[in-house]
Write a protein that binds this ligand. Structure first.
Ligand code: DNO
Length: 364
């Protein structure tokens, strides 16, 4: 397992590369050019700038999260070809800088969704929270009105400047069924996977978070069967997944360790985090420690060890602890604690195996 850490870029992140350097066992940053809108080519010069910054701290930039997919591609509009061409060009530029994995998602309109970014936990920290009822009761029209009238409604992954187009987007998706979305993903993959393959890059789709349809919009990367279907759409190692334990784990039926065993050679990148599920469908993010949430983090890390995982791993969101001021979910402290927990499990399994491999009798 190769540990990496998400960094939003100079001037865009409260966490510095110098601080990340002090977390044991981190070898690279997970990054993106966040100011470039989906559908535009990432200039090679900008990519090289990030590479230089990272290398000053002995980090690699092997993993990009995310090159976002233009909405016209997900909608299957005739204009999609133009944006797919731009995507291919970006892949080629990233390859020139040595990038190995591109994380992306295929969620219509929204990326991950939470209803409260600072839910108070019993220990006094705060964390990201999803209240199912709030999202379920908000129909698309209501959502547009809420966002328009109340700018404090938080939609992570949603740039405010795209607010104006929200209504039009919802209308466009009225004509896109779940099967249509599958077709559009298929079309996209058929186009980009050969380019990724030629560039020695693995595409790694992130599961939908939460893993069910919201606001009447279809969501398709949600469970074991759907991931199997997705991998078969273009059955090639370059068509992989970012296996996110927290996103998938919000659905009680998703058994992440089983997915790791079945999809092992198609997981170039893993997000490991814990959440606590409630019976009514709500969930809150917790520390990475298994006992604090509902996700079997120990079994997950053990499964990665068992399959001989050599891909990249990052701790996912953290709580906000010790009064840290940071991007929601992306502080230094709790993610660093998460890393040490993941290493603790990994190293003890590794060590246990070494002990097991020792001859039972040592003769002097
Ligand atoms: C949240 C992240 C997601 C992820 C995208 C991938 O913290 O895991 O926003 O980066 O879904 O495209």
């Amino acid at each position: 397992m190769r540990m990496v850490f998400r960094w939003f870029g100079a001037g865009n992140d409260s966490v510095s590369l110098a601080h990340i350097r002090q977390i044991p066992g981190v070898e690279g940053i997970v990054w993106a050019l966040h100011d470039i809108p989906p559908g535009e080519v990432w200039p090679l010069s900008r990519i090289m700038e990030v590479k230089e910054q990272a290398e000053q701290h002995q980090f690699h930039i092997d993993v990009v999260e995310s090159v976002n997919v233009h909405e016209d591609i997900k909608l299957g509009l005739p204009t999609r070809d133009r944006y797919i061409e731009a995507y291919k060009q970006t892949i080629k530029h990233l390859a020139k800088a040595g990038v190995k994995v591109i994380c992306y998602n295929f969620m219509p309109v929204f990326d991950w969704v939470r209803t409260d970014l600072y839910k108070k936990l019993e220990d006094g920290s705060t964390a990201l929270f999803y209240e199912k009822k709030v999202v379920d009761e908000m129909n698309p029209k209501g959502l547009v009105e809420t966002i328009a009238s109340n700018k404090t409604f938080t939609m992570p992954g949603w740039e405010p400047e795209r607010l104006a187009s929200l209504k039009t987007l919802f209308e466009a998706y009225e004509h896109v069924s779940t099967e249509d979305l599958w077709d559009h993903l298929h079309y996209f993959l058929q186009e980009v996977i050969p380019v990724a393959e030629a560039c020695d890059i693995k595409m790694a789709i992130h599961p939908d978070d939460p893993p069910w349809p919201i606001f009447g919009l279809p969501r398709i990367v949600t469970n074991h069967d759907n991931i199997r279907r997705l991998l078969k759409l273009v059955d090639h190692p370059a068509n992989g997944i970012t296996l996110c334990s927290g996103a998938l784990g919000a659905d009680l039926n998703n058994q992440v360790p089983e997915m790791i065993r079945e999809f092992a050679d198609r997981i170039p990148f893993a997000h490991i985090r814990n959440i606590k599920r409630f019976d009514n469908g709500d969930f809150v993010e917790t520390s990475h420690r298994e006992q604090d949430g509902s996700i079997d983090i120990v079994s997950i890390v053990k499964a990665y060890h068992e399959v001989g995982f050599t891909g990249y791993v990052r701790p996912d969101h953290g709580r906000h602890i010790w009064d840290e001021q940071c991007r929601p979910g992306y502080g230094l402290y709790d993610r660093a604690l998460g890393i040490m927990y993941l290493w603790g499990i990994w190293d003890s399994v590794q060590n246990g195996q070494r002990m097991h491999d020792l001859p039972s009798q040592i003769t002097i």
